[in-house]
Design a protein around this ligand. Structure first.
Ligand SMILES: Nc1ncnc2c1ncn2[C@@H]1O[C@H](COP(=O)(O)OP(=O)(O)OP(=O)(O)O)[C@@H](O)[C@H]1O
Length: 367
């Protein structure tokens, strides 16, 4: 199962990728200029300078690369760049550009100064990527006409434009592409206080009354991600409307998120299942990834790519050469006591094993 695919997992409240409802409502919640954009102070200041300077020179802004996890505001920032430059914006993504011709068609139809937002730029095809090098540097592309020995390259001049590339994996970009961006910004996860501001702002726009402690309660469960904060806010709003008087207090937020199975730290059912298995079935590890996945009844990739990154980030789980290991914080979070002497690994290498030792899986994961 792909937990970040909205079609497959509409119920995953703490996934970073946008689900259908997010896509429908996000436009209304997006900050429209840099002053409205919350947090990311350094990125904001640097970008402000880049854009102001370009405006003063009457020039098109330099190409911008934004990297960071899903839902941190890369699309929002690209729209703000266009708005600040008074320029139109064209939005596309790496997977949508599979042939160089697809890119040539987009580039040749850009207006002067237009912002081209290329999401998931690391997923573009190689020929398109190579075409982009020249377009970014010289505002020119060579369109190849014909095939084989008779093929000819016809140079095509482009109007100056600003490419805003977004990627969740800056390390995957080939250096020649990375080097062609004049400004690169890495977006960090948001501090709880910043997420509280995001929640108050969104609550205002959605016409929902939220108390300071209610916003703090939601912020603490939002995994440092504005998209998740906005999504949890909408679910808590539903609960407050149906079960209370519509006002989001700390109690209402906590009760609502318990119903939706998002715990006080933002862990959901899958995260907790992985952690609980690691602690109760394997004494805190080390245990191989495949064994852990079997124990929670999930694919290895799901555990590795969906649950683990947040558990590692939160300091609850460590990946070691001998397998996955729970940290003291994990024991504390589940209210369990770590065994005095860590049990010896029972033959589960990092590459996998065959299943939980003797304890069986039905009690914990049978439902
Ligand atoms: N700094 C911020 N201040 C206020 N709201 C924000 C901020 N950053 C993001 N948001 C909100 O979070 C939502 C998601 O942001 P956005 O779509 O820009 O994320 P993204 O990084 O482009 O995600 P993806 O990588 O999935 O495309 C937006 O609707 C926006 O309202």
């Amino acid at each position: 199962m792909n937990w970040d695919d909205p079609a497959e997992t509409p119920e995953r409240l703490v996934g970073g990728a946008a689900d259908r409802e997010d896509q429908a409502v996000e436009a209304a919640l997006r900050p429209k200029d840099l002053t409205e954009f919350i947090g990311q102070e350094r990125v904001r200041q640097q970008l402000d300078l880049v854009l102001r300077a370009a405006r003063q020179r009457g020039a098109t802004a330099d190409h911008v690369l934004l990297s960071g996890a899903p839902g941190l505001g890369k699309t929002t920032l690209s729209m703000i760049i266009a708005a600040e430059m008074g320029a139109p914006i064209r939005i596309t993504s790496g997977p949508a550009i599979q042939h160089a011709g697809d890119l040539a068609a987009i580039l040749s139809s850009l207006q002067e100064g237009e912002v081209l937002f290329l999401d998931e730029i690391h997923r573009m095809s190689r020929p398109a990527e190579e075409m982009l090098y020249m377009a970014m540097e010289d505002f020119r592309v060579d369109v190849i006409v014909g095939k084989g020995p008779g093929a000819t390259a016809i140079p095509l001049e482009l109007p100056p434009f600003t490419l805003v590339g977004a990627t969740t994996r800056a390390g995957l970009l080939p250096p020649p592409l990375r080097d062609r961006f004049g400004f690169t910004a890495h977006m960090e996860f948001y501090a709880p206080a910043e997420l509280e501001r995001v929640i108050h702002r969104s609550a205002g726009l959605l016409d929902v009354e939220v108390a300071a402690e209610g916003a703090a309660e939601i912020a603490g469960r939002s995994r440092g991600t504005p998209r998740i904060a906005n999504r949890l806010l909408r679910r808590v709003r539903d609960y407050a409307q149906v079960r209370a008087d519509g006002v989001i207090t700390r109690e209402i937020a906590a009760q609502a998120l318990e119903v939706y199975e998002v715990d006080g730290r933002g862990l959901d059912r899958l995260d907790l299942a992985v952690l609980r298995a690691l602690l109760t079935l394997f004494g805190g590890g080390p245990v191989g990834l495949s064994t852990l996945a079997v124990a929670v009844g999930e694919e290895r990739e799901t555990v590795e790519e969906v649950a683990e990154p947040f558990l590692v980030r939160e300091g609850l789980l460590a990946r070691t050469p001998r397998g996955r290991v729970a940290t003291p914080a994990a024991w504390a979070h589940l209210g369990l006591v770590a065994p005095q002497t860590p049990p010896q690994p029972q033959g589960f290498g990092a590459g996998g094993g065959t299943g939980a030792p003797g304890t069986g899986q039905t009690g914990l994961f049978g439902s």
